[in-house]
Design a protein. Structure first.
Length: 324
């Protein structure tokens, strides 16, 4: 009996210690992020997600395991990353851009998946509609305002009638954008000239094919196109063929103008959804979201190199940057 009394305080202390440690252990969460490729816009999404997690109290190295892998533009690698993540069983997988989101959803129907920077999640068959799906997926779209992009092209090149568009024929979102661009162009009395680029290395050749056939080049939020943007700019400067973009980060890389989303904001919006799931909400109960926080960015130096002069009105309403 005496021996038992001596052990009781020790056992109680151990039990209390275990109870005290339990909440910290239970609060530990894991978020795995995958992107199809690394470029400024998609990197900004990743960083925005991480910043929002930190703002909500989830900090890497303390109570959060944060994993990131890029597929480096390879769809097969995206599938491998997805399978690895499924094996790791994180609390949430964030899939940035369409190919990574498609690969992730092909790998799991149970782990919560939050897509980001996917232009048309319905066309990409990630969700059946923009409403809450009741499945393991939700996310944030970077849907482009194509009518506003056409209006911007007219501001940059008032005489433009033919819009050349470079896109990846194997990316569902890009195909959907081109189809919608044609409708918007027709309504504006313009036509679209397509230049398909199946791989990043094909982008400069696609740009070259538009010389003499288009009055301006439009670049959508297509990952292959954005990754090889310098090749487009080189052709544009030589041919005096202005480039107008949907990704504002490309303006510093040589686009004349862009009207697009702030991808850090897209990342933070995505991060808010991730936090909701980490706190217990089901992804299938959260409807897909879009952002309306657009910004206009112009580059007068690039405009001069591509044979156009930006109006004072456009310069006054836009953020002005210069080519690095």
């Amino acid at each position: 009996m005496k021996f038992a009394l001596l052990r009781t305080p020790v056992a109680a202390a151990l039990a209390l210690g275990m109870l005290a440690a339990a909440p910290a252990f239970a609060a530990d969460k894991s978020v795995a992020v995958t992107a199809i490729v690394e470029h400024p816009a998609l990197d900004a999404v990743r960083d925005g997600v991480k910043a929002e997690l930190k703002a909500a109290g989830y900090e890497e190295g303390k109570n959060l395991k944060f994993t990131y892998q890029s597929a480096q533009g390879n769809v097969g690698t995206a599938a491998q990353i997805a399978r690895k993540y499924v094996g790791d069983q994180p609390d949430v997988i964030v899939a940035i851009a369409t190919p990574s989101a498609q690969a992730t959803l092909a790998a799991t129907k149970t782990i919560p998946v939050v897509y980001s920077a996917v232009t048309d999640p319905v066309a990409a068959k990630l969700v059946k509609s923009w409403d809450a799906t009741g499945t393991n997926v939700t996310g944030v779209s970077d849907l482009s305002p194509l009518d506003k992009h056409i209006a911007l092209i007219k501001q940059v090149v008032p005489t433009a009638k033919r819009i050349g568009v470079i896109y990846s024929p194997g990316e569902a979102n890009s195909v959907a954008i081109v189809a919608d661009l044609k409708k918007a162009a027709t309504a504006a009395g313009m036509t679209v000239v397509e230049a398909a680029a199946a791989r990043t290395v094909d982008v400069p050749t696609a740009a070259q094919s538009l010389v003499g056939k288009a009055d301006a080049i439009y670049t959508p939020t297509d990952n292959n196109v954005v990754s090889a943007f310098e090749g487009i700019v080189k052709v544009a400067q030589q041919a005096k063929l202005p480039v107008v973009a949907a990704d504002t980060a490309t303006v510093e890389r040589g686009a004349v103008a862009a009207l697009g989303l702030n991808y850090t904001d897209i990342g933070r919006q995505t991060g808010k959804i991730v936090v909701r799931i980490l706190k217990g909400e089901k992804p299938g109960a959260i409807a897909s979201q879009t952002s309306t926080n657009f910004e206009l960015v112009v580059n007068p130096g690039a405009a001069k190199l591509q044979g156009v002069t930006l109006s004072d009105e456009l310069l006054k309403t836009a953020k002005v940057v210069s080519t690095k």
